[in-house]
Design a protein around this ligand. Sequence first.
Ligand code: ZN
Length: 104
Amino acid sequence: MSDEQCSELVYHHSRCSRKATVFVNGVGYCKWHSPDATAKREAASERKYKLESLAHDIKWRTRELGNLALLLYKQDMVSASQMRKECDAIIALEEERKKLEGEG
Ligand SMILES: [Zn+2]
């Protein structure tokens, strides 16, 4: 047992007040600030951001596709290849999101 304090700097460069329980290369950290716990939190936060960003892109592109379809329909010039390209892009995003959600 050690009474060492966590080495992590928190607000205004003061040190975290929790007791160090994890030691990496001689540096002590509390459970919350250990490099492993920090990496896990960062990965979870990155994943959450990516999921939100994918959901946003899917929504936006689907709306754009709707606008384009309406415009082309009004002009009586619906292009199948353009539609296919737009739909494929949205489907690819949806699959990326499903995959990422499945990993959680
Ligand atoms: Zn700490």
